[in-house]
Write a protein that binds this ligand. Structure first.
Ligand code: SAM
Length: 204
C-alpha cells in the first residue's frame, strides 16, 4: 500500500525544512518502501536513549533489528554495549550501506529479522527493535518474534517502541508465544510521542 499524495507532500516539505542528509535518506526510503520503513522520521535522540536504557548489563550479544540510519545504534553504543557485542540486522540496502560506512566496527547483517536464527549467534542479552511491527502482516510478525525468542537468553528482553497506545503484537500471538509486555516509558518529546515497552517470555 502506498502513501497518499498529501502525505508525500508533507514528507517533501519536512525534508526541505530540515537540511539533514539522514532525514532526506529516511524520507526517500519511506516513500519508496512505505510498508517496511513505515515512519515519517527517524527516532528522536530521546527515544533512542529510552530504548538503550532498557538493555540489561551482563554477557551476551545485543541485536538491533531495523536500525535504519543508526539513531538508536549510537545510543546503544553510548549505553556501554561493546562494539563486538552489537549486531545490526537491516533489510534495506541503502540503510545497510550507510550503516557500514558509519559504524565500520559493527557487524551489519543485510537480511530480514525473520532470519535472525541463521546468524549463528550465542544466546542474546537483548533485542532492540525499531521494526514497525504494527504494520507487518501477522505471519511476518510471528516469524520475527519466534526467531527473536529462540535466540534470546532466558528472561532477556525484546525492546520495542510503538506510536500506538497498545502493545503492537496481537493478543493471540502474545498468548501463542507465551509473551508478556511491560510498559517502560512514554517519550512525549518524540514526533509522534512513542511508548517504549519490553516483551518477555513467560517460563514454566
Ligand atoms: C521505522 S524504521 C526505524 C529506523 C530506526 N530504528 C529509527 O528508529 O529511526 C524501520 C526500519 O526497519 C527496517 N526493516 C523493515 N522490515 C525489516 C525486516 N523484516 N528485517 C530487518 N529490517 C527491517 C526498515 O528498513 C527500517 O530501517
Amino acid at each position: 500500500m502506498g502513501l497518499s499524495e498529501t502525505t508525500r507532500r508533507a514528507l517533501r516539505l519536512t525534508a526541505g525544512l530540515r537540511p539533514d542528509s539522514d532525514l532526506s535518506l529516511f524520507v526517500g526510503q519511506a516513500l519508496r518502501r512505505p510498508q517496511s520503513v513505515s515512519a515519517l522520521v527517524p527516532a528522536s535522540d530521546r527515544l533512542a536513549a529510552a530504548m538503550a536504557a532498557q538493555i540489561p548489563e551482563g554477557p551476551g550479544p545485543v541485536v538491533e533489528l531495523g536500525p535504519g540510519t543508526g539513531k538508536i545504534t549510537r545510543r546503544i553504543l553510548g549505553h556501554g554495549v561493546a562494539p563486538e557485542d552489537l549486531h545490526l540486522v537491516e533489510i534495506n540496502d541503502e540503510f545497510v550501506s550507510l550503516l557500514r560506512q558509519r559504524f565500520p566496527e559493527l557487524a551489519v547483517h543485510h537480511c530480514g529479522a525473520q532470519t535472525l536464527c541463521d546468524l549463528g549467534l550465542p544466546p542474546l542479552r537483548a533485542v532492540v527493535s525499531g521494526l514497525p511491527l504494527l504494520s507487518f502482516p501477522a505471519p511476518l510478525q510471528a516469524r520475527i518474534l519466534r526467531a527473536a525468542f529462540r535466540q534470546l537468553a532466558p528472561g532477556a528482553p525484546f525492546i520495542q517502541y510503538t506510536y500506538g497506545p497498545s502493545v503492537p503484537v496481537s493478543a493471540r500471538l502474545m498468548q501463542a508465544l507465551k509473551l508478556t509486555a511491560r510498559r517502560r516509558n512514554v517519550v512525549w518529546g518524540n514526533l509522534p510521542p512513542a511508548q517504549v515497552l519490553t516483551l518477555h517470555r513467560l517460563h514454566g
